[in-house]
Each structure stands twice: as C-alpha cells, then as structure tokens.
Design a protein around this ligand. Structure first.
Ligand code: 9WN
Length: 450
C-alpha cells in the first residue's frame, strides 16, 4: 500500500548516499571538505557538515565542532583551515602559512591557516540542539553538556569578530582576503583585487588545486584564474608580513573589504546562539543579541531601494554593488522593512536569479546570469552552490517565507538527486562541477531530506 506521506524512494537513496559520502570523508574526529581537492578541515564546511551529521548522530556532529574549536587561536579567531597531518596535496599548506612560527596567537595543536571564514557555527549548534529534542534523556544531557563545554570558545569567536573584525563598530565584518568570504573569486571582489599588486620578487606557488581537479576530470576553467591565484597567494604573504596581527592587517593589507554576507551570517549565528544560551542557561545572551542588532543595522544600511545589499571597500570607502548572491544577505539577517523584503524576494525568484527560464534547477546562482561578470562554470562567478541554496532556504523558513522556501527546497532536492554531491553546478546544463564528492553538499542534502 502506498503511504501518502512517504518520500519517493529516490530521495531515500539520495539520503543514504549522502550518509555514505560523509562516512567516506570521515577521518575520525573531522570530515575532510573533499578528499582530493580539499583534504583538510575547512571552517564553514565543518559547520555545514555538522548540520548534516546532526541528522545521523548528534554526538558525531558535536565532535566536528569540537575538533574545529580545538584549533582556535588565542585571539578567539577560528581558522579557516585545520590541516590534517601528512596531507600534502593542498596549497598553501602549513609551511606556507607558518602561523606558529610567526605568532604566539596560533594554537599549539594542529597546524592551521591564518584566515577566517563565515561564522555559521552558531547555526550548527542550534541545529544539533534541535536534533536532540527527540532523542533519549541521556543523549539530550550529553548534547547539553558538550555545548556547555564549547560555550567559552563560541563566545570568544563571536567576541573576536565583533571587536577585531569591526574595530570601528559599524556593524560590518572586515575580511583580509577573498578566501575569508568563502566566495573566493566572486565578482564582489574584482575591484578590490584590481588594486592588489604582488611584489615582483614574490614567486607564486604551485596550483595544486588544478592538479587535483584535473585528476577528477575537471577543467581549469572551473577554478579561479592564474592571475587571481597570484593575488590570493600574495595576500597570504602580506598577512604573514603583518604577523597575523589584526591591528597591523587593518593598517597594511592591500585588500580590506566589509563583507555583507559574512556579516548577515554573523547576525543569524548570534541570534541562534542567544536562543541556545537562553535554553541551556548559558552566559552571554545580552552580548549576543547586542551583536545581532549592531550587525543587522550594518547589513541593512548597505541595502538599495530593492533591499539588495552591498559590500564596502574599506580602503577606498566605496560601496561595491555587484549582482551576486551576497545581495540577498538581508534575507539572512532580517531587518528590512516589509516593502523592501517583498521586493528582494521578488528579485530572488525573478528571471535574473532563480527563475531564469534556461535554468535546469530554480536555485540561486552565485552571480546573476544578467550580470556581465557571469560565467556559468567558473566557481563563484555563476554556478549554483548547494550550501548557498541551503542558507537561502533556511533564512526564508526562519523569516516565515514558507512558500518561496518550499519551492527552493524542491528545486534543491531535484538538483541533489543526481547523488554526485558536486561542489557546484552549471545552472544551464545541470552539469556537476568542481570537487566531488564534496562533504558539505552531502551534508545539506541529508538535512534537506530529513
Ligand atoms: C580556499 C572548502 C573551501 C570552501 C570555500 C571554497 C573553496 C578554498 C579553495 O573551498 O575555497 O579556502 O582552495 O578554493 O571557495 O567556500 O570553504 O570546500
């Protein structure tokens, strides 16, 4: 007999495959972002992975966050990469960062990078606590205890961001590198990168990413260009020369952007953690709500008359308006007046975005196909990224936009039903691109299917 509410069998298969992928990429206490291209732990990947793992095991999901936070810097910074010992297939590797040789702020444990990534970890903590709701009393107790133990690290991370990454208190987080945004080569950063000039003496390192992607059958056209990479590498060098010191970085780095999407995610993470603190009787509720309010104002201040948000170049003071997915940041932070909220939603579903008639799946592209910067295969310049879709669905559901959320969810599930869990997808052909299987893609699939 057909059960009216049972998911179609292909969805069960997708969920099973996603779980299998996460198990395959599990190295015990951490999940590598993607075995060939990214054989280490990445900060915001780990948060999405924890969100997916929460559907399988709250204990294992917490382990992921514990491993990441164990690599926290003395400043409170959570590094964007925690290196797996013995893995040499990624550049820049630990020798190039040399964080421990350069600053006493780096942790004694595993080697890390010296950058950040968007702070979605608070969202993961909330999801893990939610997943425990239907668990046994013993499991609920265990989850609460482990979150309590993580709490000082989580608060220190948010405090680091609110102080050292927004010293002027404008409610926008500063990034020193496109890598920090997680949207590395997005057109958002083109103008800023145009002003980044590597020292002629500086010798760029090997493109290990192209080598790894080539082995997977992928083309260089799917990754950032060599010219972009030379600048990425040079900024790492500048950061080393600044001793990984935030005050010096704010003065000397040739790339300093106020990142509106990271800031909106910070708003959401603060709100989520505030509810966790409230529920578990943990300290910091007012502080977290204060950060959320400040950064929500900062995000909304950048929005145009249609609610579309922008980044700010802190070196020039210019507001940088690009047709990228970051424009939808207010859907994650909240704070728009109802009229602009409606306009922003209409933009999201319009033919310039998810509703393009040529798209195979109506999920947000990283850059609008109407933008002159759009490239359907090149990384953050056009392809659709499942974790971004997940964030939009999550933000919409959270702000009560159920109808749009549901349509996106269905489209996302269709895209993910190929069972390949690619890093990103070509919007017009549906072709899987980049690394695969990519852990965070499998993780968001698991969560959407649960
Ligand atoms: C640099 C791991 C990471 C993601 C980023 C994505 C990509 C790294 C790279 O891979 O960045 O951090 O080498 O290209 O842009 O969002 O976290 O999946």
């Amino acid at each position: 007999p057909v059960q009216p509410h049972a998911a179609p069998p292909s969805r069960h298969r997708t969920a099973a495959r996603a779980a299998y992928v996460l198990a395959g990429n599990d190295r015990g206490r951490l999940t590598v972002a993607a075995p060939q291209l990214y054989p280490h732990m990445w900060s915001w990947d780990a948060a999405f992975i924890a969100i997916g793992l929460a559907r399988l095991s709250t204990a294992r999901a917490l382990t992921e966050l514990e491993t990441l936070l164990a690599a926290q810097w003395r400043t409170g910074m959570v590094p964007h990469i925690v290196f797996t010992e013995g893995e040499v297939g990624y550049e820049p590797g630990p020798q190039r960062w040399a964080c421990r040789d350069i600053t006493a702020d780096a942790p004694d444990g595993p080697a890390t990078s010296g950058l950040i990534q968007p702070p979605v970890h608070g969202v993961a903590v909330r999801r893990i606590l939610d997943a425990a709701r239907t668990a046994s009393a013993a499991e609920r107790r265990d989850v609460a205890e482990r979150i309590r133990a993580l709490w000082p690290a989580l608060l220190a991370w948010h405090r680091y961001l609110a102080t050292r990454r927004d010293p002027a208190g404008r409610g926008l987080l500063t990034i020193y590198h496109g890598w920090e945004s997680g949207l590395d080569n997005s057109p958002r950063w083109d103008a800023a990168y145009a002003a980044v000039t590597p020292d002629p003496e500086f010798v760029p390192f090997r493109r290990a990413d192209l080598h790894a992607l080539g082995a997977l059958g992928g083309a260089a056209s799917q990754r950032p260009s060599d010219a972009e990479y030379a600048k990425y590498q040079w900024l790492v060098e500048e950061l080393r020369r600044a001793g990984y010191d935030d005050a010096r970085a704010h003065r000397t780095l040739s790339f300093r952007m106020a990142d509106v999407l990271t800031s909106a995610l910070f708003v959401a993470a603060n709100e989520e953690l505030a509810t966790v603190a409230d529920e578990l009787g943990l300290p910091g509720v007012d502080e977290l709500i204060g950060y959320a309010d400040r950064f929500r104002r900062g995000v909304v201040e950048t929005a145009d008359e249609r609610g579309f948000a922008a980044d700010v170049d802190l070196r020039t003071g210019d507001t940088v308006r690009t047709q990228t997915i970051a424009g939808f940041a207010p859907l994650l932070s909240g704070g728009l007046d109802p009229a602009r909220q409606r306009l922003l939603l209409a933009t999201l579903t319009s033919a310039d975005w998810c509703g393009h008639p040529g798209f195979v799946h109506a999920v947000p592209p990283s850059t609008s196909p109407s933008s002159p910067d759009f490239d359907p295969v090149r990384y953050w310049r056009g392809p659709q990224w499942p974790p971004m879709t997940w964030l939009m669905i999550w933000g919409l559901e959270r702000s009560g936009e159920q109808e749009t959320a549901l349509a996106l969810r269905e489209a996302a599930l269709d895209q993910l039903s190929d069972g390949l869990f690619a890093e990103y997808y070509q919007p017009f052909t549906g072709e899987p691109l980049g690394a695969r299987p990519q852990s965070w893609t499998a993780a968001v699939a698991l969560d959407l299917l649960a």
